[in-house]
Design a protein. Sequence first.
Lengths: 114, 111
Amino acid sequence: GENVEQHPSTLSVQEGDSAVIKCTYSDSASNYFPWYKQELGKGPQLIIDIRSNVGEKKDQRIAVTLNKTAKHFSLHITETQPEDSAVYFCAASPAGRGADGLTFGKGTHLIIQP
Amino acid sequence: DVKVTQSSRYLVKRTGEKVFLECVQDMDHENMFWYRQDPGLGLRLIYFSYDVKMKEKGDIPEGYSVSREKKERFSLILESASTNQTSMYLCASSANRWEQYFGPGTRLTVT
């Protein structure tokens, strides 16, 4: 089955700097890669996703890049703000499956230092 | 906004009790999911449902069952709670089988 590895487990950056979280996956058939943000006491929230026919996707300060050859994808947050502090999860799902096929990474705790 | 509500934020039960966790969504989504979240393990899928009265096993269904009698409600049942089922339980719904909206979670402690 699919295996998703996420690094780092904790990331501390100064407010205003950029943050990058990386994930690798094992199943070359995976073609859907969402990123979720989980704030303290809340459920995960989908912040951005990408499909394997696209190499990069941006939404304001957030971007995701995908390298299918290397089987890795990354979340980039620019101009970080205190409200970006949260746990971020990546996930991957193979072709032919929906969200029921998602395998999640173990999460990255992003800390924005004032 | 999509709203997914879960019946309890915190629940404490004894070993052997039958436990019901309720989830309700208000956006007429056909697809609903139950996950458990444990430190260092991420999210793991227990059961999902793509239609009323339909249910499918996820990755870790052992010790759990589900019920979906109405489109908006998806219940997770622990037939006989055990201490290894102490966890955070998250419900999600989706209109298109992809973009999931999660509830706030129920932190269950089994003593």
